[in-house]
Design a protein around this ligand. Structure first.
Ligand SMILES: Cc1cn([C@H]2C[C@H](O)[C@@H](COP(=O)(O)OP(=O)(O)O[C@H]3O[C@@H](C)C(=O)[C@@H](O)[C@H]3O)O2)c(=O)[nH]c1=O
Length: 175
């Protein structure tokens, strides 16, 4: 696995190191030893998947509030997405900055999202499946978010929104 620093402090993009032969390909999607060597805390307790039907669907921008903060290892299992993270850690040198990444089942890139970030994505095709390893059990009452179009961040999304939850439309202004 190749661990590549992103523009956001401590957020890491991970590219696979595949072994290929006449049968196809083999690669690790997670390896505790390699994550430890890269200095990434990786005690995951939950694996979640979501399926989005339509191109242009937007989910986000989500996080869990303290003391149930979570880190995530995100990948696209089918199709492709524009995946976005925002650094919401007030003491971070990249506080309020966002960055977007194309995660696709074809490129098999993953994103390590540290605790204290908001995370979301927009699907770039129909029938998209996403998978996440998550460090903290789901705690509904601590589940929170910021709006995809909040002027505090100015995120640029690639497509008109085809579907979004009413909850995600209703997050108040962050600042
Ligand atoms: C996230 C989550 C949701 N749920 C329930 C709550 C609700 O009834 C239903 C759908 O939840 P949501 O609308 O929050 O699903 P979704 O918008 O797909 O939420 C996900 O969005 C992306 C961007 C993330 O980063 C994920 O961590 C997660 O927050 O599933 C769980 O039971 N466990 C979970 O871990």
């Amino acid at each position: 696995m190749r661990f590549l620093q992103t523009l956001l402090h401590q957020a890491v993009r991970i590219e696979p190191d595949a072994a290929e032969d006449e049968r196809g390909r083999f690669e690790r999607s997670f390896c505790a030893r390699e994550f430890a060597t890269a200095g990434l805390p990786a005690a995951f307790v939950q694996h979640s998947q979501s399926c989005s039907f339509a191109k242009g669907t937007l989910r986000g921008m989500h996080f869990q509030k303290a003391p149930h903060g979570e880190s995530k290892l995100v990948r696209c299992l089918r199709g492709c997405v524009w995946d976005v993270i925002i650094d919401l850690r007030e003491t971070s040198p990249t506080y309020l900055h966002w960055q977007g990444f194309e995660l696709a089942s074809s490129n098999r890139h993953q994103l390590y999202v540290p605790e204290g970030f908001a995370h979301g994505f927009q699907t770039l095709c129909d029938d998209v499946e996403m998978g996440y390893l998550i460090s903290t059990p789901y705690a509904a009452e601590f589940s929170s978010g910021v709006r995809h179009d909040d002027p505090a961040f100015g995120i640029v999304w690639p497509l008109p929104i085809a579907a979004i939850s009413s909850r995600d439309l209703g997050w108040p202004d962050y600042l």
